[in-house]
Design a protein around this ligand. Structure first.
Ligand code: ZN
Length: 284
């Protein structure tokens, strides 16, 4: 009898506990959903980033190459000697042609920092490569120099010290607007970093391949592989080069860079070098 009584009391206690837990659960759930509502109203959430990947069906799971069309939007880059074209338009054309060629060949997947006339800062460009865990970052540019005879393509990879005064000048132009100096902004701060050393050496290998594939196909500057402290290359966190396709300040180069046939020769050399480099690194 007593036992039954105890059980009944126990059952009542258990029922009370269940009810209490239920109330607690309901309260917790209510307060959680209220908190979620509050968050969506009051917190300034950054816009969702949806990086588009371009690939043929056969390239599923292949490494991602980020193509970065230099400049864009309110930043036109260099203006051609004729005054008719801006660097930002030609880098976009070259980037789209390179993307299409790489997708057609099917050995890598491709992402683009921009595919229209948008303005992006250097950090936003490099962030695409980091978000996608890209295997490579290729930034496309064209130069402009005070000397109207200067012409030809060159390939830059990252280093703390510029290879020459011209490379330092070019890097200073391309770094405009980037945070430099303190903490994570400076290349110098990263020199002791082993990952950065590896990134620099792999980037130099990639640049050397690009020179080899380009030689004889279109005009290169003397000593075409140059080094400088490019912010966008350092922040890409992956082997990265800056391909400078020629001089818009030179009349012959302007004509060539505006010609789809000439750009096709550049695109083929770039595509072959990119694929060779990816293949070599994935077999290591
Ligand atoms: Zn540029």
């Amino acid at each position: 009898m007593q036992k039954v009584k105890l059980d009944r009391r126990g059952a009542i206690a258990a029922a009370a506990l269940v009810a209490a837990l239920g109330v607690v659960t309901v309260i917790a759930f209510t307060s959680r959903s209220r908190a979620a509502d509050d968050t969506s109203i009051t917190v300034n959430v950054p816009p969702a980033v949806n990086d588009r990947i371009y690939a043929s069906p056969t390239a599923e799971g292949r490494p991602i190459v980020v193509i970065d069309a230099g400049h864009g939007g309110r930043d036109p880059g260099a203006t051609s000697v004729s005054g008719e074209v801006h660097e930002k338009d030609l880098t976009l054309a070259l980037a789209q042609e390179l993307r299409d060629e790489l997708v057609k060949r099917g050995r890598v997947r491709v992402a683009m920092s921009r595919n229209d006339d948008s303005y992006l800062d250097l950090e936003q460009r490099a962030a695409v490569a980091r978000r996608l865990n890209a295997a490579m970052f290729v930034s496309l540019h064209m130069d402009s120099a005070p000397n109207p005879m200067a012409r030809g393509a060159s390939i830059y990879s990252l280093s703390d010290v510029a290879s020459d005064a011209e490379a330092a000048r070019f890097a200073a132009i391309e770094n405009e607007g980037a945070m430099t100096g303190e903490g994570n902004g400076s290349v110098e701060a990263m020199l002791g970093d082993l990952a950065m050393q590896t990134q620099m050496s792999e980037s130099a290998d990639l640049a050397a391949r690009l020179v080899n594939r380009s030689a004889g196909r279109f005009e290169l500057r003397p000593d075409p592989h140059r080094f400088a402290a490019f912010h966008v290359l350092r922040r890409a966190d992956t082997p990265a080069v800056l391909f400078e396709a020629g001089y818009l300040s030179n009349a012959d180069d302007e004509l060539l860079l505006r010609s789809p046939q000439h750009r096709a020769a550049i695109v083929l050399a770039l595509a072959q070098a990119i694929e060779a480099d990816i293949a070599t690194r994935s077999h290591r």
